[in-house]
Ligand binder design. Structure first.
Ligand code: C2E
Ligand code: MG
Ligand code: MG
Ligand code: MG
Length: 288
């Protein structure tokens, strides 16, 4: 009887497990192909604005993957897979290459590009040959390093303080800015923060989404991070701004830079350029 039940249980759960593992493996195989060929990869650009003047400040590069059969796969699904499998190293290199190429193309079209921020996973920061790859690409494209910046999370930086600081410093020495992404969600010591050669804090979307209602102390955290950034002379960006109520709260707390669906969704390079980039003559404005 017990044996029978055991077997039934096995029969109930095994096929399901099997399907999940299989589909993960299939996705990883497809991603591996993509990492080799570059097929199906693109980068979208989301604008970051100066809240007060409405001027375009910079953009964030967000990787997009279109699976040959499944269509677009969310980064929330394929980025963790890429991180676990190590594919994030070649994919990250592809992102850097696409961003360099895009920046150069905008310049050649007579547009005045803004700095573009690239997300870096822990593996890319600690294992990849980041600095050399970056230098080679900037040189290949004859691009001003000040047009390129990076976003890392607190947990990535926490891994090895001294080495982290020295890698960040080398990025800074090249002229690249560095932001701490999703700030407030990780575990970070303020003493440590003060030592980090970063330029910008990005307040995580979860705190910004609480701003309209002040749920879960979101307001207190935004106010505290804004004050902290001011004291440490860091720039601060609010991520995931979706409503007017959030925009006015951000004004109240003195957060100068905003990014979110309210001010501009991530868009393909040409759409981003058409909407936001100008020749050196005109300054781009917040659309509403
Ligand atoms: P992230 O770096 O925090 O990027 C911001 C995410 O928030 C993006 O999701 C963006 O589309 C989304 N977002 C922007 N404004 C709003 C808003 O107003 N409301 C809501 N609900 N969402 C908003 P996406 O593109 O799906 O990327 C998710 C994460 O995947 C990123 O979070 C980043 O951690 C990772 N990622 C994306 N591209 C890359 C990449 O090229 N390399 C690496 N290593 N990671 C990447
Ligand atoms: Mg980011
Ligand atoms: Mg973020
Ligand atoms: Mg995030």
């Amino acid at each position: 009887r017990a044996k029978e039940e055991g077997r039934n249980t096995y029969r109930l759960y095994a096929p399901e497990m099997d399907t999940r593992v299989r589909s993960q493996l299939a996705l990883e195989t497809a991603l591996r192909d993509t990492a080799e060929t570059g097929n199906g990869l693109s980068v979208h650009y989301q604008p970051i604005f100066d809240r007060e003047s409405g001027a375009l400040h910079s953009a964030e590069a967000l990787l997009r993957w279109t699976h040959p059969e499944r269509g677009p796969v969310s980064p929330g699904e394929f980025i963790p897979l890429a991180e676990r499998s190590g594919l994030i190293i070649p994919l990250g290199r592809a992102v850097m290459r696409m961003v360099c190429t895009q920046l150069k193309a905008w310049q050649q079209a007579g547009l005045d590009p803004v700095p573009v921020a690239i997300n870096l996973s822990a593996r890319q920061f600690w294992q990849g040959d980041l600095l050399n790859d970056l230098k080679a690409m900037l040189k290949g494209c004859e691009l001003d390093p000040r047009l390129m910046s990076f976003e890392l999370t607190e947990s990535t930086l926490m891994h090895d303080t001294d080495r982290g600081i020295s890698t960040l410093q080398r990025l800074r020495d090249l002229g690249c800015k560095v932001a701490i992404d999703d700030f407030g969600t990780g575990y970070s010591s303020l003493t440590y923060l003060q030592q980090l050669p970063v330029t910008t804090l990005k307040i995580d979307r979860s705190f910004v989404s609480d701003l309209g209602t002040c749920r879960k102390g979101g307001c207190a955290i935004v106010a505290a991070v804004s004050g902290l950034a001011r004291e440490l002379e860091l720039k601060v960006v609010a991520e995931g701004v979706e409503t007017d109520a959030q925009l006015s709260a951000l004004q109240q707390y003195g957060v100068p830079l905003v990014q979110g669906f309210k001010t501009g969704r991530p868009a393909a390079g040409e759409d981003f350029a058409a909407a936001y980039l100008r020749g050196s003559a005109g300054a781009p404005r917040l659309s509403d």
